[in-house]
Design a protein around this ligand. Structure first.
Ligand code: ADP
Length: 258
């Protein structure tokens, strides 16, 4: 990880947050939330103070992927600011903890709500705030980027060709907004068979193409791991469950790039 420098000039509850990291994808279901959550817990295991903001208002997955005791966000009666909930030392804010399930709202309302939740939550002093973006490159994503200065973005893709076209859009969006994309995650890249062979069921090369075409410094490949899915569904991030495992090692590699 980079040396930490205090970044002043951020709004309200973010004033003592040093790095804000965007984890983004253009399609749903590629493993963006899995990446965001496990990256956050990896950074925490590396000794950083970390928070996660789940900005996916239409389909918040944080409540499924972690199991905080307190599953509702409290409001500070004096400041009227949101107090994040906490699990394994990581500060958490998600619309899914607001007690209303997923949102049925128009884009403009959602943008306003996300902006408010991000900037007025009492994050306290954090080294990293990991923001799980909603999939896509529309108004909500633009609003997020215009609300706070992101230190870095991680773009998540899968090896399929179609995913490449979409990811390119995401990378261009961050380039326009002057957010450096530090890493491409090619998720579900391969699995190792019992016969000792490495299989790539979704083909090869899309992560490398994105990396080359856009000059992105790092490409990190994640294997298909049944445990990753099971852990996510059970509210325990795999890097917390198996801190010495192969997946944790891949996340350490990613953690070193942000
Ligand atoms: P997104 O945030 O992009 O919609 P998720 O992180 O919710 O995607 O992942 C979608 C589903 O795929 C989840 O059930 C998750 O557990 C599973 N998944 C993600 N990455 C992997 C992986 N590398 N191996 C196995 N399952 C995975």
């Amino acid at each position: 990880a980079k040396p930490i420098t205090a970044d002043n000039g951020r709004p309200g509850g973010l004033k003592d947050v040093r790095h804000i990291i965007a984890v983004s994808s253009c399609k749903g279901g590629v493993g963006k939330s899995t990446t965001a959550v496990n990256l956050a817990y990896t950074l925490a295991q590396m000794g950083a103070k970390v928070g996660i903001f789940d900005a996916d208002v239409y389909g918040p997955s944080l409540p499924t992927m972690v199991s905080p005791e307190l599953r509702i966000l409290r409001m500070n009666p004096e400041t009227r600011a949101i107090t994040p909930t906490e699990y394994e030392g990581v500060q958490l804010v998600s619309f899914g903890f607001a007690g209303q399930g997923s949102a049925i709202m128009r884009g403009a309302m959602v943008s306003g709500l996300i902006q408010q939740m991000l900037t007025t939550s009492e994050w306290g002093e954090l080294d990293y705030l990991v923001v799980d973006f909603p999939p896509g490159t529309g108004d909500i994503q633009l609003t997020l980027c215009q609300t706070v200065a992101f230190s870095a973005a991680v773009v998540v893709t899968t090896p399929q060709k179609l995913a490449f076209v979409d990811v390119a859009k995401g990378v261009r969006m961050f380039a326009k907004l002057a957010v450096p994309v530090v890493s491409v995650v090619e998720n579900m890249s391969y699995f190792d068979g019992d016969d000792g062979k490495r299989y790539r069921p979704f083909g090869e090369g899309s992560g490398a193409r994105v990396q080359e075409d856009f000059g992105i410094p790092n490409l990190v490949q994640f294997p298909i791991v049944p445990n990753l899915s099971a852990a996510g569904d059970n509210g325990l991030p795999l890097v917390v469950l198996e801190p010495a495992g192969a997946v944790a090692a891949a996340f350490m590699e990613l953690g070193a790039t942000v």
